[in-house]
Design a protein around this ligand. Sequence first.
Ligand code: TRP
Length: 411
Amino acid sequence: MTGPRSGGPGASPKATLGGHVTRQLLRLGESVGLSAAACESYADVLVEALGGVARRPLELPPPDRSFLSDDHTPVEFSLSCEPGAAPSLRVLLEPGAGERDLAQNGRTGLRVLREMAQRWDFTTDPLDELEDLFFPPSPHGPLALWCALELRPGGVPKVKAYLNPAASGPGRAARTVRKALKRLGHREAFASLPYSDRHLFFALDLGDWTEPRAKVYLAHDELSAAEAGTLCRMDDGPDPAEIEEFFRIAAGHDAESGQGGLEAGGAGAGAPERGNGPRIVRRPVQTCHAFTDTGAALPSGFTVYVPVRDYARHDGEALVRATTLLGRYGLDPASVLRASAAVSERRPEDGVGLVAYLGLAHQRGRPPRITTYLSSEAYAVRPPAAPDPAADARPADVPAAALSAGPPAAS
Ligand code: TRP
């Protein structure tokens, strides 16, 4: 699904993965008002965390079949917007991308996280306590460890670690999540989770958080808006009608196009093992359940994620949904347009997948947040779907260079 960028207009022989994501991060940082100094220091952090793959020429295929993004770029950006605050820029990355196998990928991920902990003086204790559960000697896919950074002003990020509940095999995922929650002191948390089709990720907040969370991500195949409204397990959570409305707008149920419907026969993709051949599109909706108090049986946070790229014809449509949602919550819709233009020079209508997910997050004591996930598209852009709603097949991906308006990033 990838193609070389070389040969495209303005392709530079020096363009590297590190150069590409650095340029995106600097432009994004500027678009959310981070200082130039903070942006530069975060760009260094990103390149350092990627290690050797940052120097990899973009004309080579991706370092491996990373599950982090559709074109296997081991980096994804997101913009989280909540009332009364500047939008917060985050970056998700796979530090072990390009390692020879998942076991080594996980070891590299742990080393990079521990180096961050030393540098910014936080503890990795919760992660260390779970190491045997998530890092078995012969791990299964689709990931070993991802790390996310919330790029605060000032240059010290908040850090999150994402682990794979299916590391000991998909059949063990639920048990692994239950054990992990219990070890962290959340004894009744597992029992509070709603029904799901798969346990996708287990995440930990590390570093400077007022209320660090342990989070469980669940996949829900062929979910309806009404069903989504029933999945929150928070004590004083959002009204089901609010979740339903978010779902309908994000999935395009209100649009005239017949392409939007999540119930329209989509195959749930979930988390395929690495190397299993072509990926199925139409990914499932996910929910995230966040636990903060060990004394409480119920989560204090709930997020719903709609993989908008599988339910929109092109990113122009996805961006309209994002701005509609931001408007509903009294948030500045222009922030997401600026961010998408900062990440990609192509026209949104010329591809689908720049906007990967739209998320609605509720956390006790805070106003709801809308998050837009923006793909780096270092290796490929998925072409827009045909305007004919009956056309279900998607053409193969084309090289990013073929669709980008400007020259690729220089290193
Ligand atoms: N690429 C994976 C997916 O599409 C994992 C992922 C990346 C993800 N960013 C995400 C999942 C944001 C949920 C929300 O599922």
